[in-house]
Design a binder for this molecule. Structure first.
Ligand code: AMP
Ligand code: TRP
Length: 333
């Protein structure tokens, strides 16, 4: 086996183009390489760090599985499972939370962003979230973790936790220190309404993102309404520095066409945004519309999706329960 891949996506609904281009597209490529062993986890324990409606959460878990499959992950080849069904994740998180230091967690920018001004009211789970993420990864001896740019800091923390555990208990190389797999370009897709903000599930305006369940007309409409600036399309790549919306849209176009940003800038240099937007919509519709249709089709067959999770849980549990037993022995239980 070349690489052991582990990654997770929260079942919080509204999976969008940022999730797709930043993470899921990469999952599919990794899944298609026969030398890789891939595990993709629907991280429902992470989801409840902010309040979720139980009924909706159940649906969102299935929808995340459907999105994985509709995007091209083959459940026969990769393990797809949900986190809460494998108890080692929560157990590991507790033990690792006794290894991780407050000072390390205090630096996490995602917590600061998500907790907002009133940190006193944030859940403890939201704070210790990255420790659970470390448990996810380390239980499977993952060598590589594909994520979007926003998760880089959490991965560094995971590496620190693994190293401290190995040092503290004198078990060299027992917890494997994983490598992040973050795409060099376009690893952070921005809001269609504000080029300085990340495209996000939680943003109120639906016009700020392309959801993976959007239909053709919605996609075309959202791109039409996407924010731009009054100038013609940029002449060269240096112009993009302070034209965030143009940079983001050109980045999306480049990622979808597997070309470089420089190349895309050259194609549209000096043209009107409307002409570029038409081409961008075509690419998006080609990519997203079939995924959207497939998600909806899969969601009609709940028992199929549940079966995939059950199979995945069985396989994941076999790996994770062995590792957690060793961890318990090492700490002296
Ligand atoms: P989440 O939905 O927060 O669980 O994120 C799932 C994956 O999508 C993670 O690897 C994130 O880094 C990635 N992701 C989320 N939002 C974006 C974005 N706007 N641009 C790029 N990647 C993203
Ligand atoms: N924190 C990640 C996110 O919000 C999701 C996640 C949880 C994850 N556990 C993981 C990603 C393990 C990679 C590996 O995007």
């Amino acid at each position: 086996m070349d690489k052991k891949i582990f990654s997770g996506v929260q079942p919080t609904g509204n999976l969008h183009l940022g999730n797709y281009l930043g993470a899921i597209k990469n999952f599919v490529d990794l899944n298609n390489n026969k030398n890789n062993e891939c595990i993709f986890c629907v991280v429902d324990l992470h989801a409840i760090t902010v309040r979720q409606d139980p009924k909706q959460l159940r649906n969102n878990i299935r929808e995340t599985v459907a999105t994985f499959i509709a995007s091209g992950i083959d459940p026969k080849k990769s393990i797809i499972f949900n986190q809460s069904s494998v108890s080692a994740h929560a157990e590991g998180a507790w033990i690792l939370s006794c290894v991780a230091r407050m000072g390390w967690l205090n630096r996490m920018t995602q917590f600061k962003e998500k907790a907002g001004k009133d940190k006193e009211k944030a859940s403890i789970g939201l704070y210790s979230y990255p420790v659970l993420m470390a448990s996810d990864i380390l239980l499977y001896d993952a060598t590589h973790v594909p994520v979007g740019d926003d998760q880089k800091q959490h991965l560094e923390l995971c590496r620190d936790i693994a190293q401290k555990f190995n040092n503290d208990f004198e078990v060299e190389n027992f917890l494997k220190v994983p490598e992040p797999l973050i795409q060099k370009e376009f690893s952070r897709i921005m809001s269609l309404k504000d080029g300085s903000k990340k495209m996000s599930k939680s943003e109120l305006s639906d016009l700020s993102r392309i959801n993976l369940t959007d239909e053709k007309d919605q996609i075309i409409n959202k791109i039409k309404k996407a924010k731009t600036d009054p100038l013609p399309m940029p002449q060269n790549i240096n112009e993009l520095e302070d034209r965030l919306e143009a940079k983001n849209l050109l980045g999306i176009y480049s990622s979808l066409t597997n070309s470089s940003l420089k190349n895309s800038v050259e194609i549209f240099a000096g043209k009107n945004f409307s002409e570029f937007k038409e081409k961008l919509s075509d690419q998006l519709v080609n990519k997203i519309d079939p995924i959207s249709k497939e998600i909806k089709k899969l969601l009609r067959d709940k028992s199929y999706l549940d079966k995939i999770l059950l199979d995945g849980v069985e396989k994941a549990d076999l790996i994770a329960s062995k590792k957690i037993e060793r961890i318990k022995e090492i700490v002296g239980f």
